[in-house]
Write a protein that binds this ligand. Structure first.
Ligand SMILES: [Zn+2]
Length: 342
């Protein structure tokens, strides 16, 4: 990346009202068939345009192509029965009705590669594509076949690696794996979670990122955050092993969070996507607030490795608020970039 402090988002942006119900997560599509395919592409172009206008350097699809960051990927796999549902506790936090793994999992054809190719055609700048991580995938399913979280995670790692390699061939510069489960299941993350993530990223020449957050601004997450105490030290559990891992970039939640900023020191040497936009509030940050967060982060990450970003996805926010936050991110990064260059 030649730009200093290249800005990016964690991934999702609100969808247009004609594509899916605004203000809610995982809302169903309002279109079908060919109209849905065309609608997703139109929404992707708008998301790219919004990011470009806001000065976002590493552009994503705003996740306009998926309903849910895990299940939309899983829908395309064999071995998972979406009609057979079980209620499970997701990330030890909330119950959800999820599909069941009923046989060997495999990926009969690519999932997001056409969409990524379309994104590639919309910009000459760097692009990032998000995939779920293996541990977060297994935590969002009921497994009636492997009966082993670790075994299923390794299977998903192989499938994710196939998809990631095709995304890279389609011109994706950064493949990001979302692993919020790393902030909950520390022992599993260290025993095999980080290893399966590395397997998912194996052999890629594109850069790889892992996004570890405290979730969207939904009630189950904000209630959970209230139980975490004054200091959120969850990252401390996995950062030492992530620092030694093959993953290039870590995406973290820093804005308005109780994560002590000095925990970033634990991954010194890695690139860090510093969350400088809070997605759990409708209050739009000022560029100065964003700049303050970035300046604090610069104590623990070298300037050439700092990527200003959002804490998490902005899918559930109103569009005008998300736009405001994108602009604040771009403008805040510009302030610090100017300070570093002078
Ligand atoms: Zn997130």
């Amino acid at each position: 990346m030649t730009t200093l402090l290249p800005t990016t988002t964690a991934g999702s942006l609100p969808k247009p009202a004609w594509l899916a119900e605004p203000g809610t997560l995982w809302s169903p599509w309002k279109l079908e068939g060919e109209a849905l395919i065309a609608g997703k592409r139109d929404a992707l172009r708008l998301a790219v345009d919004d990011q470009r206008r806001a000065g976002i350097d590493i552009v994503g699809d705003g996740e306009q192509t998926r309903q849910h960051f895990v299940t939309t990927f899983v829908e395309h796999l064999d071995g998972v029965d979406f009609a057979k549902r079980e209620t499970v506790r997701i990330r030890n936090r909330y119950d959800a009705s999820v599909p069941t793994v009923v046989g060997a999992v495999s990926r009969p054809k690519s999932v997001f590669v056409d969409d990524a190719r379309y994104l590639r055609s919309q910009t000459d700048g760097p692009i990032k594509w998000t995939l779920p991580g293996p541990m977060t995938m297994i935590d969002t399913l009921y497994d009636a076949h492997y009966r082993s979280r670790e075994k299923l995670a390794w299977e998903f790692a192989l499938i994710l690696n196939q998809e990631a390699r095709e995304l890279e061939a389609a011109g994706v510069d950064i493949v990001q794996f979302d692993e919020p489960a790393f902030n909950v299941f520390f022992d599993e993350a260290n025993d095999w979670g980080i290893a399966t993530l590395e397997r998912a990223a194996q052999g890629l020449t594109a850069e790889t990122a892992v996004h570890i957050c405290y979730g969207y601004g939904i009630k189950a997450n904000t209630d959970w955050k209230k139980t975490l105490g004054q200091e959120w030290r969850q990252y401390e559990q996995t950062f030492p092993n992530l620092q030694r891992s093959t993953i290039d970039i870590l995406s973290l939640e820093c804005q308005n969070s109780r994560v002590p900023m000095d925990l970033i020191e634990l991954v010194r040497g890695k690139k860090v996507m510093v969350g400088a936009i809070d997605v759990a509030t409708d209050i739009v940050e000022t560029p100065q607030q964003v700049a303050d967060t970035l300046r604090k982060a610069l104590e623990f990450v070298d300037a050439d490795k700092l990527y200003p970003a959002t804490n998490c996805g902005m899918a559930p926010l109103a569009r005008d608020i998300a736009h405001g936050k994108l602009k604040a991110l771009g403008a805040g990064a510009a302030i610090v970039r100017a300070e570093l260059s002078s």
